[in-house]
Structures are given as structure tokens and as C-alpha cells.
Ligand binder design. Sequence first.
Ligand code: ATP
Length: 199
Amino acid sequence: MYLKELELKGFKSFPEKTDIVFKNGITAIVGPNGSGKSNISDAVRWVLGEQSIKSLRGDKLEDVIFAGSDKKKPMNYCEVSLTIDNSDGEIDIEFTELTIKRRAYRNGESQFFLNGKPCRLKDIKELFLDTGIGKDSYSIIEQGKVDEILSNNPGVRRKVFDEACGIAKYRYKKQEAERNLKNTSENLERINDIYIEIE
Ligand code: ATP
């Protein structure tokens, strides 16, 4: 599995459609200060479902959308597509290649697509659990992240190890099952109340 391609349109400092193709191996992105290098890694985290605007170095939701320049008008929406080569089947999906796309509008509306089909953020999150790729995983180490991991409490550090050794998925599924159980027992209680009223 490897990151094959990243396509940006209207994302931060990339108003034009910009296609970045990665070869299998190491790729370094170099450029002067402020040229948009970090915006590229922000785009990767954003398309993987990052919801925290602060961690994308913005103040409000629309800060990910191109805000305009001397020569160009602001854009109304942005979209990022990330293509992953999955020919080794490391991601549990039938496709040898998968493309995730996220689109967002200034009014806050946001959409996700998986291989062209609309999907939920939850689907993206579950797909990448335990692969090391998710938005919270260790595959993206931004500035200050190492310090943050080292200085955080043991619970936060453990999350990193859980993801690395494949436990995160089960923890997530357990939490989801507990949530469903709670909802179901609340529904049962409600039904019982109605039943008693009718009797
Ligand atoms: P450094 O080497 O200093 O870390 P960098 O190459 O990582 O810099 P970035 O932080 O990725 O640069 O890009 C910063 C640039 O992106 C700034 O010029 C900023 O104005 C521009 N930028 C950020 N958000 C937007 C936006 N929504 N619309 C237009 N431009 C934006």
C-alpha cells in the first residue's frame, strides 16, 4: 500500500487543479517558506477526515478554501482527492486502488466519496483503522507532534501504540457496540413506558 496521487482544487493556496503524483519510495517536497508545503500535508489530513480546523492551522471551517489573491477571486468550494495503491490488499477492501475525495463549501457543507460513490466520514474512518493512515494515526508526524506524544499522558500515548499494533479497530468497535447497546436499552425503556400507559 502506498500513497499514489494527491489532487487539490481550491484547497488553501492551490486555486488551480494541482496533481501531485508520488512514486513508490521516498518523496521530498521542497520549496521556499510559505510556498504551500505544509498545505499539502494539511490536504492529506483533511481528506482523511480531519475535523479540527485548529490542527489544519485555521480558525474557521472555510479557511481550507482558497481565500483569493491579487490575481484570483476566492473560491466557493475546495476538493481534495487522495489515491492509494492497495495492490497488496493491506486495506480490507476489494479494490486494488482506492480514491477518497472530500469536498467542502463555504456554507459548511462537506461531502466524502469513496471511489466516486458518496460515503460517510464514518466509512473513511473505519476503512483506515489499524492501517496507520487515518487522520489520527502516526503516519503523519507534523511539527511538534513528537514532543506532544512524549509529553502527553499515558492514555494518549497508548492510542499511538494501539493503532500500531492493530488494537485501535477493536477499541473503536467496542465503543460503537456499547453506544448501540445504550441506545437500544433506552429505546426498550421508552417502549415499556408506552406499553404501561396503553395497559
Ligand atoms: P514554511 O516552510 O514556512 O513552513 P510552507 O511551504 O509549509 O512554509 P504553508 O504554511 O503550507 O507554507 O503555506 C502558507 C501559505 O498558504 C501562506 O502564503 C498563506 O497565505 C497561504 N494560505 C493558507 N490558507 C490559504 C487560503 N485559504 N487561501 C489562500 N492562501 C492560503
